[in-house]
Design a protein around this ligand. Structure first.
Ligand code: ADP
Ligand code: NI
Length: 217
């Protein structure tokens, strides 16, 4: 086994232990899907697959929802990378990706700068789209006690991070406040293509949803 394979093996075990059973949409299977997507996109885009895979595996460990603060979460990842023998250059690259990739209401001015970062961000966003994205939205909504839909509540345009996390919200509003915006925010050509189909599926779902809501179908 190469050093890189050994690190990936350890990262898988570490992340599985941390996120197995997580119910807020950051469970192990989300990590598994994002990692596979990042590798598939990385292959097509000619990226460093070791960085893609390791960043994808670790991308949610520092999340503000799972740690006291995001800074504490990031320190945790930094410590893990250092104590597991990563080259400083690779460690800093991974930290840069994880720190800058989150959506958080869509008002982020910072962007991911490297190809590998763009790919992991694309992969994470793709997992918020399509059939999987709908399932995750419903689970997250239920987890936070939000209703499926309320016709009186309209999607909000500009959200602060506080509003995005804790505001009045329904699952259907989240489609407009995040999911439907993601297609135009993909970085790589490969992800743009994948996003098209997943986006179309959301549109189809909403159309059926409203028809059923009005007892038209
Ligand atoms: P973010 O980085 O935007 O917080 P996460 O990856 O943490 O997104 O969100 C986890 C999952 O929960 C995603 O599928 C996301 O679309 C969904 N989600 C996030 N916020 C909401 C919300 N307010 N209502 C419904 N689903 C949500
Ligand atoms: Ni994620």
């Amino acid at each position: 086994m190469t050093d890189q394979q050994a690190i990936l093996e350890k990262a898988r075990a570490y992340v599985f232990q941390e996120l197995n059973g997580e119910a807020s949409g950051h469970d192990w299977w989300h990590i598994h899907r994002v990692t596979n997507l990042a590798l598939a996109i990385g292959q097509k885009e000619g990226a460093d697959l070791f960085i893609c895979e390791l960043a994808a595996l670790l991308h949610d460990i520092a999340d503000g929802k799972l740690n006291e603060t995001e800074a504490i979460g990031l320190q945790k990842v930094h410590t893990w990378l250092t104590s597991n023998g990563l080259e400083p250059q690779d460690r800093d690259h991974i930290m840069d990706i994880i720190q800058h990739m989150s959506f958080k209401g869509g008002n982020q001015t910072q962007t991911v700068s490297t190809l590998e970062g763009q790919i992991v961000q694309d992969a994470d966003r793709l997992d918020a789209l399509g059939a999987i994205g709908i399932a995750r939205t419903m689970v997250y909504s239920g987890h936070t006690g939000r209703p499926i839909h309320d016709p009186a509540m309209k999607p909000r345009d500009q959200l602060t991070l506080e509003e995005y996390r804790n505001g009045q919200d329904t699952a259907i509003m989240h489609f407009y406040e995040k999911l439907l915006k993601l297609k135009d925010r993909m970085n790589t050509t490969t992800a743009k293509e994948l996003a098209q189909e997943r986006h179309q599926f959301l549109e189809t779902y909403l159309e059926q949803f409203y028809a059923e809501w009005e007892a038209e179908r």
